[in-house]
Design a protein around this ligand. Sequence first.
Ligand code: RFL
Ligand code: PHB
Length: 389
Amino acid sequence: MKTRVCIIGGGPSGLMLSQLLHLKGIDNVVLERQSREYVLSRIRAGVLEHGFADLMRTAQCGERMDREGEIHEGIFIAHEGRLDRIDLHKHSGSSVIVYGQTELTRDLYEARDRMKGIVIHDAEDVQLHDVSSDHPYVTYRVGGESVRVNCEFVIGADGFHGVSRKSIPKDVLREHEKLYPFGWLGVLSRTKPVSPELIYTRHERGFALCSLRSQVLSRYYVQVPLTDKVEDWSDDAFWTELKRRLPREVADRLITGESIEKSIAPLRSFVAEPMRYGNLFLAGDAAHIVPPTGARGLNSAASDIYYLYHALIAHFEKGDDTGLEQYSAKALARVWKAQRFSWWMTNMLHTYPDSISYEQKLQQTELEYLLSSNAAKRSFAENYTGLPF
Ligand code: RFL
Ligand code: PHB
């Protein structure tokens, strides 16, 4: 098989780039290790910044998001039994959209199908070859058959556990990583959300988050030790723990129900540099991960895709490679800002098992400063709603 751009990974990053390139007439193929059903069963992001939403519209995939997604102009922070609101719109002039990653991935798949885009599912043993040359190629197996894809560019959009980043030689790639001593236990339930806007909670028993997917679908999280297993947590135990961490008035109106998904995600900060090696370009979770506290993960992927899309268009349409040459530095500059914000927000709101009283006092002071200073709220709002691309 021959194509111009071979994209590894059929998550939001890979599908978005595929769709954008296709609309500009640039031939591409997406190779996805999992089945479509599996990709669509993963429950992940819920909050999108306007930059991501704009890309969905450019990709002609924004119609359902604009119809069904909810615009949120503020978030709540719960602490010491009280609720404080940060007005995102007032402080930054911007807002976020609550629209699930599952739904936007479904929209992207449907668009790819409509345009007869090539997305190969169940692609096993994907391997990248000669990416530092002008003739890279990718091999994979599907249904017992081996296939070779000759291309001009390879895009590694295969998430944190993908194969692309690992294809960059060890003496070229620098990895920066921070692991947190806790995870998030998440529950999705077909219940009315406890609050119309998200509630981020700091509590001595650990962080909690009340989020939502729609007015009939709620998403809640509680901080748990890394040693906990999902099987340890019955639905009852989850609701009891969540209520203990929420302010009384919120806990009293929480509607509980059967969980329709329950999983534990470890928290990690990670950046791989550079994001380019020859004709291989990394994008999204393949190159960087944030703890979900600041809702930045998918939104960091969005700027990678934006830069990469424009760089590839300039290359194919005008023979101008400036964007490709600058891609890694440009993408990383924004990635590190999202890293900083996610790390800061995680530190402020979580309970650390070994923290000393001095650190706990500072955490509390950080939060009090945020909630009492318009300058701090403005900084929070501009980061949470998305720094410019
Ligand atoms: P993905 O979504 O991981 O997709 C990568 C795809 O590549 C496939 N793959 C391979 N394909 C071929 N060959 C291989 N060898 C392959 N290895 C892997 C995988 O099967 C997969 O389909 O990466 P992508 O596209 O870069 O998208 C990134 C986002 O998924 C991620 O950043 C967000 O989900 C992070 N995130 C959030 N981000 C936000 O912006 N806002 C949020 O509110 C938010 N909430 C969250 C989150 C992530 C969470 N978890 C579970 C980590 C909440 C949670 C709980
Ligand atoms: C979610 O709804 O899954 C969600 C929302 C906000 C976050 C993280 C996850 O910061």
